[in-house]
Each structure stands twice: as structure tokens, then as C-alpha cells.
Write a protein that binds this ligand. Structure first.
Ligand SMILES: *[C@@H]1O[C@H](CO)[C@@H](O)[C@H](O)[C@H]1NC(C)=O
Length: 115
């Protein structure tokens, strides 16, 4: 029954992300269902960094990125690329993009030119 167990685990994971997501949306704005649907393909760990689509950007309108970052846990980090997510947020000109940390993810800084 290995398949059934795996299926159950996936279901639990999806459910917990959903519950987390709903509380995040109330607090942080944006349209999380649309973000999930339209933006998921741009934040996968696998594959190259691709510019987000117009519909993904539209879903991100009004979302407070710093606020969503509070919900980034190592589990989320292991599933999605936070680096790509921040790139998507920047490309879409989302609000309040953090510059040093996003949840458990530390944003790498390019070498500073001054000092
Ligand atoms: C965004 O979220 C952060 C953290 O929750 C909060 O401090 C800030 O006031 C929010 N900004 C806007 C524009 O909603």
C-alpha cells in the first residue's frame, strides 16, 4: 500500500499549504488561488528562470511580498524556488519585496561596489 500512503502524504501537504495559504491571503492580500494557478510554473525548482506571464503578474497585484515571506518555511523552500519567486515578484513589480530575508530563505546580495 505504498502508493496509498504516498497519496495521503501528498494530500496532507496540499491541505496544509492551502490552509496556510488562506490565512496568508487574508493577511497579505493578492489572489492566492490565482497566484498558485498562474505562477506555479515559474517558481519550480527545476528548469530555467523564465519571466512570469501577464496573468501571473495580475494575480500578484496587491500582494504584500514581505508579508507572504513570513509564511516561507523550510518545507516551502524545499518545494519551490524562493529565488525564482522573488524574481517573479520583482518582474511583476509586486509590493514590499524584501531585500535581506524571505522567511527561512536568506537573499544573496551581489558584491557591493562601495566599501
Ligand atoms: C506588508 O507586510 C508587512 C509584514 O506583515 C507589514 O509590516 C507591512 O506594513 C505591509 N505593507 C503593506 C503595504 O501592506
Amino acid at each position: 500500500m505504498a502508493t496509498r500512503c504516498l497519496c495521503f502524504a501528498t494530500l496532507m501537504l496540499t491541505a496544509s499549504i492551502l490552509v496556510l495559504g488562506i490565512s496568508a491571503q487574508i493577511e497579505c492580500g493578492g489572489n492566492l488561488i490565482a497566484i498558485g494557478k498562474q505562477c506555479i510554473s515559474f517558481v519550480q525548482k527545476e528548469g530555467p528562470k523564465v519571466p512570469p506571464s501577464k496573468s501571473c503578474c495580475e494575480a500578484l497585484q496587491g500582494a504584500n511580498v514581505s508579508c507572504y515571506c513570513k509564511y516561507v518555511t523550510p518545507v516551502i523552500e524545499s518545494k519551490f524556488s524562493i529565488e525564482k519567486a522573488l524574481y517573479v515578484a520583482k518582474t511583476c513589480q509586486a509590493q514590499n519585496i524584501p531585500t535581506d530575508k524571505c522567511g527561512s530563505y536568506t537573499i544573496p546580495h551581489p558584491p557591493s561596489s562601495k566599501a
